[in-house]
Design a protein around this ligand. Structure first.
Ligand code: SF4
Ligand code: SF4
Ligand code: FES
Length: 509
């Protein structure tokens, strides 16, 4: 290994990259060193002392987070001395801790709980009154602080200072009275403030949105991607009973490090909206998919001589867009557009394109909606209505004799198919920097819902008996890769959970 050093961890010899700290280096030997204040993407604070290790030849135990490997170093992460020291650190951390796990949102994913079990003594020798500190302190409309649970690791302070660029939390008072305060009016302002909830290793910072909604052990977790802007931050969606309860970031150094913006994190209410369309509508009445497909087929066939306007959505996956392209090729449709919602971006993550796949739509031959729409009359409109951003102008809608619309909510149309959201399907999107990323299905909002790709493929098959649609997302990706040069060589497996650069796509538009 070039640029590596040879070390020994708990008697096991390993070569590790030079410059690593002893927590990261220990992983190469299959060892994990407990840590609270250390976070790989923040500066080192070295204040919690739970990461103590014994380095051969050094009298005192050292903190692993602030010590770098050197050639020939040998250290112990799990001998009697280290275990005894950790037990002492745990005892100190728990002296004034309220031990209110039964009413704490962090229970089940709390490092204090986990390390108390792994490294604590299981008993307390402290016979005095615990220090009481403020609980349920509002830090604004997103974050709630509990000072009694805080172990003063300063992860939250460092994140806001070093990553978000809004140094608005600091330490106040000393000793056992030490606590955190938000500067100014006591309310956080950062648009990235909710990352401190994920960073907090204990239950001192909780999300006002998620508090008391569910115990984490009752939830189902899905690795996917945020679709609220083109950045495509990698996320873990937590759901229960087929409803989304929260989103947290998933580490991807090539996209979002370990962070996401608050807007994306909280932007999921539309998924759980109980007034969503769950069955097609034909002429304003509920209808089974078979009836809606028959009617849609008749409309498209009837409109062939009069022209068809196709408007896709940049919220569609590449595979849905490709299924739409195949259908439009079959029908000889030339006017193919998509509507792109835009807004403000920033220097950290937020992208000005407020949709996940405008680039994919462009690569698949759809043009961005023109400032001036063609003034033609059409026999039919096939329209995927974006669930947010600008809608198709009324006069363009009215220019089509018949309308087939895909929408989250019922709309006036000859046929209205329900849309599914990003967490209800497997598929791919092209995020900023031409990064191809996977969406993964986590919930079925209603068992009646059929995804857009399936509806498009069924419609296509009803017009052309030779059309053989793919069954799975992996097959749909393979079909896309075989047909569209920008996606050449791509497979579902190659994209993987962290995505891949779409080299064949050429320069981003
Ligand atoms: S609130 Fe959490 S992250 Fe912040 S210092 Fe306290 S324990 Fe650490
Ligand atoms: S920056 Fe964009 S992709 Fe990332 S969490 Fe925010 S809205 Fe979602
Ligand atoms: S993790 Fe090393 S001192 Fe906190």
């Amino acid at each position: 290994m070039s640029g590596s050093v040879n070390i020994t961890v708990d008697g096991k010899q390993v070569a590790v990259p030079a410059g690593l700290n002893l927590i990261e280096a220990a992983r190469y030997a299959g060892k994990s060193v407990p840590h609270y204040c250390y976070h790989p993407r923040l500066s080192v604070a070295g204040n919690c002392r739970i990461c103590l290790v014994e380095i051969q030849g050094q009298g005192k135990l050292q903190i692993a987070c602030n010590t770098r490997v050197t050639e020939g170093m040998s250290y112990f992460t799990d001998n009697d001395r280290v275990r005894k020291a950790r037990e002492g650190v745990m005892e100190l951390l728990l002296i004034n801790h309220p031990l209110d796990c039964p009413i704490c949102d962090q229970a089940g994913e709390c490092k204090l709980q986990e390390y108390a079990v792994e490294h604590g003594s299981g008993i307390t020798r402290y016979a005095f009154e615990k220090v009481r500190k403020p609980k349920n302190v509002s830090w604004g409309d997103k974050v709630v602080f509990d000072s009694e649970r805080c172990i003063l690791c300063t992860r939250c302070v460092r994140f806001l200072d070093e990553v978000a660029g809004t140094p608005e939390v600091g330490l106040d008072l000393r000793g056992e009275k030490c606590t955190l305060v938000v500067k100014g009016d006591g309310k956080l302002t950062s648009p990235y403030q909710m990352n401190i909830i994920d960073l907090c290793p204990v239950g001192a910072l909780t999300s006002r949105d998620f508090r008391f909604k569910s115990r984490v052990w009752f939830m189902h977790f899905t690795d996917t991607v945020c679709t609220s802007c083109a950045r495509g931050c990698n996320t873990v969606v937590g759901s229960r009973g087929d409803r989304v309860l929260r989103m947290v970031p998933r580490t991807n150094p090539d996209v979002n490090d370990s962070w996401m913006c608050d807007f994306g994190r909280l932007h999921y209410a539309f998924v759980n909206d109980e007034t969503r369309l769950t069955l097609p509508r034909v002429a304003g009445k509920g209808a089974p998919y078979a009836t809606a497909l028959q009617r849609a087929k008749a409309i498209l066939e009837g409109a062939r001589g009069q022209g068809i306007l196709a408007v896709a959505s940049p919220f569609m996956t590449n595979e849905e867009l490709f299924a739409m392209k195949e259908l439009l090729d079959r029908l000889g449709v030339e006017d193919r557009f998509f509507l792109k919602p835009t807004g403000e971006g920033d220097d950290l993550l937020v992208h000005p394109e407020k949709c996940p796949n405008a680039r994919g739509a462009a690569l698949l031959g759809f043009a961005e909606a023109p400032a001036e729409w063609p003034s033609k009359e059409y026999g039919a409109l096939l329209y995927f209505a974006p669930h947010e951003g600008a809608d198709l102008p009324e006069e363009v809608l009215l220019r089509a004799k018949r309308r087939i619309v895909f929408s989250l909510k019922e709309r006036e149309a000859d046929v209205c198919f329900p849309l599914t959201t990003w967490i209800e399907k497997d598929g791919t999107v092209v995020s900023a920097g031409d990064r191809l990323q996977r969406l993964t299905k986590g919930i079925s909002f209603e068992p009646t819902l059929v995804t857009e790709r399936t509806v498009l493929d069924r419609l296509h098959a009803s017009l052309d008996a030779a059309h053989r649609p793919p069954d799975t997302a992996a097959q749909a990706v393979a079909r896309l890769a075989a047909a569209v040069p920008a996606f050449a060589g791509v497979t579902w497996q190659r994209i993987g959970p962290l995505g891949m650069k779409l080299e064949a796509a050429g320069a981003p538009a």
